[in-house]
Design a protein around this ligand. Structure first.
Ligand SMILES: Cc1cc2nc3c(=O)[nH]c(=O)nc-3n(C[C@H](O)[C@H](O)[C@H](O)COP(=O)(O)O)c2cc1C
Length: 195
């Protein structure tokens, strides 16, 4: 079992969320955790086609890189997921993965008949997000989406690192305190996951 999956959800390889997540990965590794990094843009994942091939056994009928990523997440004890705010929610790369996890939702609630709210979480999640603007409700949409995604993965939201006012690639480098915070929370997350 892997300790932690680090999921890079931005289309930018060296964007703000990627730089922050890299720091969190560094912190988690320095704390002794085994971290498996996944850069979503490197994988071919179809959107959910809503054919409900998963109705029978909870297995998605579309065969692509989704299964690889799903299995790696399910074999972990924690997920650090980084996404820019795109139209007040997650990036399309992240959303595509989330929608394919509807097969896990079907498996949990339809196939296995789990009663909502009655399966204790077995994983922890850390969200890292960046938006360009500064509104109070900038992360509301994303966090709601994440909450339901995490439920499907039997995951509780451990913490979220949310940063406003950064737009261009590398803007986060102007704020070393954010990168230090990501490193420190990465360390804390590793300890929490390995408890
Ligand atoms: C398609 C798209 C949609 C965006 N939507 C929002 C938005 O709704 N609110 C916001 O504050 N910033 C928005 N942004 C700006 C990004 O959140 C911002 O540039 C962020 O720093 C990108 O993070 P990254 O470098 O990790 O990709 C959007 C950018 C793009 C390309």
């Amino acid at each position: 079992m892997t300790d932690i999956i680090a999921l890079y959800g931005s289309p930018r390889r060296k964007g703000n969320t990627a730089l922050l997540l890299k720091k969190a990965v560094e912190g988690a590794r320095d704390a002794g955790a085994q971290v498996d990094e996944i850069v979503l843009r490197d994988f071919k994942i179809s959107p959910c086609m809503e054919i409900y091939g998963c109705k029978k056994e909870g297995e998605c009928a579309i065969k692509d890189d989704f299964q690889n990523i799903r299995d790696r997440i399910l074999a972990s004890r924690g997920l650090m997921i980084a996404s820019p705010v795109f139209f007040y929610t997650v990036s399309s790369h992240v959303k595509m993965l989330m929608d394919r996890c509807q097969s896990l939702w079907v498996k949990k609630y339809w196939v296995q008949g789990v009663v909502p709210g009655q399966s204790p979480p077995i994983r922890k999640g850390l969200v890292i997000a960046v938006g360009a603007t500064k509104g109070k409700r900038l992360f509301d949409g994303m966090l709601l989406t994440m909450r339901y995604f995490f439920d499907v993965l039997d995951m509780e939201l451990w913490d979220s690192l949310l940063y406003r006012g950064m737009d261009f690639e590398g803007d986060v480098l102007k704020y070393p305190e954010y990168l230090d915070q990501a490193y420190a929370r990465g360390q804390d997350f590793a300890h929490a996951v390995m408890e």
